[in-house]
Design a protein around this ligand. Structure first.
Ligand SMILES: [Mg+2]
Ligand SMILES: [Zn+2]
Length: 225
């Protein structure tokens, strides 16, 4: 029997080659925005707080300019479209789980992923400066201040017989990776997986991910003979 795979795929640095929040901040962030990045990376403040503060310094009026810039510079990792196609053909459920913000994540993915399959943070431009909204914040089992809480989302898809697959690149994927049945990892997340010994496959492009799924697929067919 076919396995029941559900894929949870990170956006920044995974679907895109570079982290888009950092890319946007380098151009639109107010002087000193880096301090929030450093506080987050050092674990001194939660991601939710740091990201909220960075955007709160940017005028709402700059929205369209940011969207245009994001669309112009975002580079999608090779094989992403092919992987989406593979998931459709093989009835593999696919979700984007992104700590990015809807106003640039959704336009970048508009021609490839349905909005209903994207979990990300929200935004409000009605005030003087940008306010980030958190529709998928931590549930009662997580106190990480994740902003978008990947473990909380994975918990909703834990039905018996489901194999949860996490694809990611960074520290913000780590908690979800530890809950996953298998992890596709690059960069910092790969280092964490290697150090802890959890089941993982390194990847550079989404063609690598497809190849592994094809192997699993073959193996699961053989298992039924
Ligand atoms: Mg990432
Ligand atoms: Zn959380």
């Amino acid at each position: 029997m076919m396995r029941n795979w559900v894929v949870f795929c990170d956006f920044d640095g995974t679907i895109t080659e570079r982290d888009m929040i950092i890319t946007i901040m380098e151009k639109f962030g107010r002087p000193g925005w880096e301090r929030w990045k450093e506080e987050i990376l050092a674990g001194r403040i939660p991601v939710q707080e740091g990201v909220g503060r960075m955007f709160a310094e940017i005028p709402s009026a700059e929205k369209q300019e940011i969207v245009d810039y994001a669309l112009q510079v975002a580079k999608i990792r090779p094989g992403f479209r092919e992987f989406l196609q593979y998931c459709r053909e093989n009835e593999i459920r696919f979700f984007v789980t992104s700590g990015g913000i809807d106003f640039f994540v959704k336009p970048i993915l508009s021609d490839s992923v349905e909005e209903g399959k994207i979990f990300c943070n929200g935004s409000d431009f009605s005030g003087e400066t940008i306010r980030i909204l958190w529709p998928h914040a931590c549930d009662e089992h997580c106190d990480g201040g994740c902003g978008l809480c990947k473990p909380s989302i994975l918990r909703r898809y834990g039905a018996p017989g489901t194999d949860r697959i996490v694809i990611g690149d960074s520290i913000t994927d780590w908690k979800a990776a530890q809950m996953a049945d298998h992890v596709f990892a690059r960069s910092l997340l790969l280092e964490k997986c290697l150090a802890s010994g959890i089941p993982h496959t390194p990847f550079t492009t989404f063609f690598d991910v497809i190849e592994t799924f094809q192997r699993w697929h073959e193996a699961s067919k053989e298992g039924t003979r």
